[in-house]
Design a protein. Structure first.
Length: 280
């Protein structure tokens, strides 16, 4: 898929470097990369200039959320005619409204639902992922084409729902890592070595994810709470009673699990109350 536009990318971090590599590989019109620090070649520049803006049809701002408005202000102060140009950023939280001070442009946002953990990887982290896009109609046409050219699947999201979409991503990625830091703690207490504990639970994790996809969350529930095994729950609590962090999370998740178990008919209201008494 060909994109007949001159594109400038501002920012070269984890996401920016992966995006740049795939755009260059697919010849998607990337002409300039603006990044701080030492220049790495003719395509790189360490500042936004009038010349670059004037010769660009599309400007992608791929910096941390806290710096996006600063970039927008820097562009505005250059007093270049931006009429008809496409501007978008890659924030999961901010919307196209952050470009309100730039006149006569087509604005949007482009957030890949993916974690970019290293710069310049040899794999395409955009392949088959979803990209949330919102903004002006003209921008959406371009963003749809760009996402598909990268191998991704674009979908339009209402700007009023974007914060919740990003929260979904955070719970599904960042907080999963925090959760697994506690799982790792349990593995250590069980004397399972660093290179072994994950191998033990990996098949369990994969099957659980497959069950969610095929059978939904409620129909995939199993474990001592669903089976109303009070003795097992008591043993769990006893084993981690000295660790307030683990104990607090176990109780919180246990109470939620008991709600689901009752709703699907695995336990009664009376049984749920007895479980929750243990988890208080």
């Amino acid at each position: 898929m060909t994109i007949n536009k001159n594109i400038t990318l501002i920012g070269y971090g984890k996401l920016g470097s992966n995006l740049a590599k795939q755009m260059l590989k697919r010849e998607l019109g990337l002409k300039h990369i603006i990044t701080l620090g030492k220049r790495r070649g003719k395509i790189f520049s360490n500042k936004i200039s009038k010349e670059i803006l004037e010769t660009s049809d599309v400007i992608i701002i791929c910096v941390q959320d806290k710096n996006i408005l600063n970039v927008v202000d820097e562009i505005r102060k250059l007093k270049v005619s931006l009429k008809g140009k496409i501007f978008f950023h890659t924030s999961g939280v901010l919307t196209s409204e952050i470009f309100c001070n730039l006149n006569n442009i087509f604005a949007g946002s482009f957030h890949p639902a993916q974690t970019f953990y290293k710069k310049e990887l040899n794999i395409n982290l955009f392949e088959n992922i979803y990209v949330a896009i919102e903004g002006d109609k003209e921008y959406l046409l371009f963003a749809n084409k760009l996402a598909k050219s990268l191998g991704a699947k674009p979908f339009v999201i209402d700007k009023s729902q974007k914060i919740l979409y990003h929260l979904l991503c955070v719970f599904s990625s960042n907080y999963i890592l925090s959760y697994f830091s506690l799982v790792k703690k349990i593995a250590k207490r069980a004397s399972l070595k660093e290179n072994r504990w994950y191998k033990i639970i990996e098949p369990l994790l994969r099957t659980t994810l497959n069950n969610i996809e095929k059978n939904h969350i409620e129909d995939s529930m199993t474990g001592p709470i669903v089976r109303y095994e009070l003795g097992t729950i008591e043993a769990h609590l006893k084993s981690i009673k000295s660790d307030k962090e683990l104990l607090s999370l176990y109780k919180l998740l246990g109470i939620k699990t008991s709600d689901i178990a009752m709703n699907i008919g695995s336990i009664t209201k009376r049984q749920k109350d007895k479980i929750n008494q243990l988890l208080k």
